[in-house]
Design a protein around this ligand. Structure first.
Ligand code: NAD
Length: 484
């Protein structure tokens, strides 16, 4: 195994039971630099036998019997070990999926230790049982681990999305089998290195990157007690069906098509300054991106022109360059899919005011020009489907009720923002948006706020104290009323 972040990276073993375990089969995935399309690594992919081994080793950890305080101490050591690797991790993910390094350092480098630290604090509080004096019994409420967690993650924010599952799971005393997406198989092993350095007991965290079949096998495995999934709505529906049949608890963080609602009194400059983060973060490969921008009709031309100028000015380039705001997409297949949706948008009559193709000089790698569509309405396919690329739609509205109606007229309900100089109006509008999360004059996904969607954007929440509950098994012990 080599692991030189400037050169090739090879991962030919899985991390199972605290050891490097050779694959049972021969399936491998070649990794290509998103910026150039050049090969830079290779990773083994798990088959069903590898998944079986990971679940079986995950079953026998002493972790659930440790105190919350002991788990918290180990989690903090794990966070320190991840922090020491943050820069390398960020760069590796940028090479895999095209995320600009300026974003990757936070999302992939520092967010996971922050989440570990937050949930370590909650783990310490789990040691004390609740004692409730009822009429018929004194009830001792014990909070133990749910058991073995299957964590299935996508490629777009691989480290943060893994941490959103691993951190609360470890806090509750669960053990985890992480199945990262093949596109980001390499960076997942940073967790393994950090786990070994931090002294995480063997089998508490197991890592088996693999494709859909491995994921499906893991989700349905009889040794799994809870499933935590982030990914597409299509896969989420399939996983939800399986978990429903098995009566297996599941959280699903799925797709989105969120709206940025610019009220009549919005500060347009403030919105334009935030647009790269709010609407185009990670080159549009962000589930909560506000890819529909709603503008009052009487300011529509002015707003379309301003958004067009801003988007056109964003530096497109190598995600490892400090100045890059828009990098490449994760793969050639994703680039072709996005270009196909753009072509369909044009064919349906929408006007691309900027972008719409491959940037000049960027034919190698998986680049798509940041693109703005105008002169369309919310019924257009490109305004309804999640594109997962740097493509925005600017839609006109007539009055505030119409704006709210359009914002809510979506299969999804994950993110959203409202822009206004009136704080009261901002909160009132935010309350009317049917979505799991909304930002007022910015969008800041904070560890304290429960994150997740409604409608086709998913089930359940991650982050915040609420993000711990799915990993905690409650048990009521009925004592006699006079017992102490
Ligand atoms: P995907 O659903 O194809 O794959 C996600 C993960 O699930 C991968 O690890 C994949 O191997 C696995 N998988 C796929 N089908 C499976 C099945 N039937 N059973 C078990 N595992 C299965 O999604 P993707 O293309 O990798 O990621 C992009 C999608 O993820 C977008 O739709 C995006 O909106 C969504 N996403 C949502 C959030 C959120 O928090 N709501 C965050 C990031 C990404």
């Amino acid at each position: 195994m080599t692991n030189d972040l400037a050169g090739t990276v090879e991962r030919s073993s899985f991390f199972v039971g605290g050891r490097w375990r050779p694959p049972a089969g021969t399936e491998r995935v070649d990794m290509f630099e998103a910026a150039t399309g050049s090969p830079f690594g290779v990773a083994a992919l798990a088959g069903t036998a590898d998944v079986d081994a990971a679940v079986s080793d995950a079953l026998h950890g002493p972790w659930g019997r440790a105190t919350g305080a002991e788990r918290a101490a180990t989690m903090r050591r794990l966070g320190v070990a991840l922090t020491a690797r943050a820069k390398g991790t960020a760069a590796l993910v940028s090479r895999e999926n095209g995320m600009p390094r300026s974003l990757s350092i936070g999302a992939n480098g520092f967010a996971p230790p922050m989440m570990l630290d937050y949930y370590a604090g909650l783990a310490e509080q789990l040691d004390v049982d609740d004692l409730r004096s009822g009429t018929l019994a004194r009830v001792r409420v014990r909070r133990g681990p749910v058991g073995v967690v299957a964590a299935v993650t996508p490629w777009n924010y691989p480290q943060a999305l893994a941490a959103m599952k691993i951190a609360p799971a470890l806090a509750a005393g669960c053990t985890v089998v992480l199945k990262p997406a093949p596109e980001t198989a390499l960076d997942a092993y940073v967790w393994a290195e950090a786990a070994l350095e931090a002294g995480l007991p063997d089998g508490v965290l197991n890592i088996v990157p693999g494709g859909r079949e491995a994921g499906a096998h893991l989700v349905a495995h009889p040794g799994v007690d809870k499933v935590a999934f982030t990914g597409s709505t299509a896969a989420g529906r399939a996983i939800g069906e399986v978990c429903g049949r098995l009566l297996r608890p599941v959280t699903l963080e799925l797709g989105g098509k969120s709206a940025a609602l610019l009220a009549e009194d919005a500060d347009l400059d403030a919105f334009l300054a935030a647009l790269p983060e709010v609407s185009l973060a990670n080159n549009g490969q962000t589930c909560h991106a506000c890819t529909r921008i709603l503008a009052p009709r009487h300011r529509y031309r002015e707003i379309v022109d301003a958004i067009t100028d801003t988007v056109r000015s964003l530096p497109v380039g190598d995600p490892l360059d400090r100045d890059t705001r828009i990098g490449p997409l994760v793969s050639g297949a994703q680039r072709d899919r996005v270009l196909g949706l753009v072509a369909a948008g044009r064919a349906a009559g929408a006007r691309a005011t900027t972008g719409g193709g491959v940037p000049e000089g960027r034919e190698r790698g998986w680049f798509v020009e940041p693109t703005v569509f105008a002169d369309l309405d919310n019924d257009a396919a490109i305004a309804r489907e999640e594109i997962f690329g740097p493509v925005l739609c600017v839609l006109p509205y007539d009055g505030e009720d119409d704006a709210v109606r359009i914002a809510n007229d979506s299969e999804y309900g994950l993110g959203g923002t409202v822009w206004t100089t009136d704080p009261g109006r901002g909160q009132a509008l935010a309350d009317r948006i049917r979505s799991g999360t909304v930002g007022v004059n910015h969008y800041a996904l904070d560890v304290l706020g429960p994150f997740g969607g409604i409608k086709a954007s998913g089930l359940g929440r991650e982050l915040g104290p609420e993000g711990l509950s799915p990993y905690v098994a409650l048990k009521s012990v009925y004592l006699t009323p006079e017992s102490r």
